[in-house]
Ligand binder design. Structure first.
Ligand SMILES: NC(=O)c1ccc[n+]([C@@H]2O[C@H](COP(=O)([O-])OP(=O)(O)OC[C@H]3O[C@@H](n4cnc5c(N)ncnc54)[C@H](OP(=O)(O)O)[C@@H]3O)[C@@H](O)[C@H]2O)c1
Length: 218
């Protein structure tokens, strides 16, 4: 029987001061060892989900390359379907299953452009993509685990809706600074510590100068 919602695992590499990228958008925080750990984790989940800014800034492939393993389905949250045809996601969508989640706000032109590609388009929500509906949609497709790979804006949406079940955060030995540098969780934020989300620390793994922190929902 299909589950009502896939398990959502937040995954990120953060600097010691909680940034996931520098003010110029440089996000190369993790070590080779950590990338290998991440690729192993990717091979174990059904899907990876990221926001459109991450695609625009990093142009990631979101595949399993550093170890042997299957590629999960890639899900991009892009309300207006603006993803560049030159992006590595689009260039590889024939080989790697890809879902572009859009809202009803998408222009006819962008919808037609995407419809010509070998990928799936999920129209969910009027202006913004409704992430609860997205998770229900994924469950129906037997996607039972989703690795939430950011960025900060998407992370906030999932956290605010209480949809994160687990977090695997690599604490890297960098101090990045910058009030405009993206943090692990962006959005409005919670007004008090008491109303913010608290997780339970399950495991800590030292990896050279990095710590891999594994937290679970309380
Ligand atoms: N260190 C790490 O592990 C790591 C991992 C990932 C990303 N990053 C960094 O994070 C930065 C990007 O983060 P970001 O916060 O700017 O952007 P983001 O979270 O990647 O993308 C945000 C965008 O997603 C779209 N979106 C679609 N549906 C949404 C919904 N329901 N709720 C919220 N957003 C929705 C919105 O654009 P539309 O309105 O156009 O749809 C929104 O502006 C990059 O610099 C990247 O390098 C770092």
């Amino acid at each position: 029987m299909a589950k009502s919602k896939p398990r959502v695992i937040l995954s990120a590499a953060v600097s010691l001061d909680g940034k996931i990228a520098s003010r110029t958008g440089d996000s190369k925080l993790s070590s080779k060892k950590d990338k290998m750990r991440l690729h192993k984790l990717r091979s174990k989940v059904d899907a990876i989900l990221v926001g459109r800014n991450t695609i625009q800034r990093d142009d990631p492939q979101l595949t399993v390359r550093l170890i042997k393993g299957k590629n999960p389905t890639r899900i991009i949250l892009d309300s207006q379907g603006t993803i560049s045809s030159k992006s590595r996601i689009i260039k590889t969508c024939k080989k790697v299953p890809t879902i572009i989640a859009v809202s009803k706000k998408i222009s006819k032109k962008n919808l037609l452009r995407l419809q010509k590609l070998p990928l799936e388009i999920a129209i969910l929500g009027d202006k913004k993509i409704n992430i609860k509906k997205l998770l229900q949609y994924l469950s129906k497709q037997k996607i039972n685990s989703v690795l939430l790979e950011g960025g900060g804006t998407i992370n906030w949406e999932f956290l605010n809706e209480n949809l994160i079940d687990e977090a695997i955060i690599t604490l890297t030995p960098f101090l990045v600074g910058g009030k405009d540098a993206t943090t692990l969780v962006q959005g409005k934020g919670f007004s008090t510590i008491a109303s913010s989300k608290k997780l339970r620390l399950k495991r800590v793994t030292r990896q050279g100068d990095e710590l891999v922190l594994n937290y679970f929902k309380l």
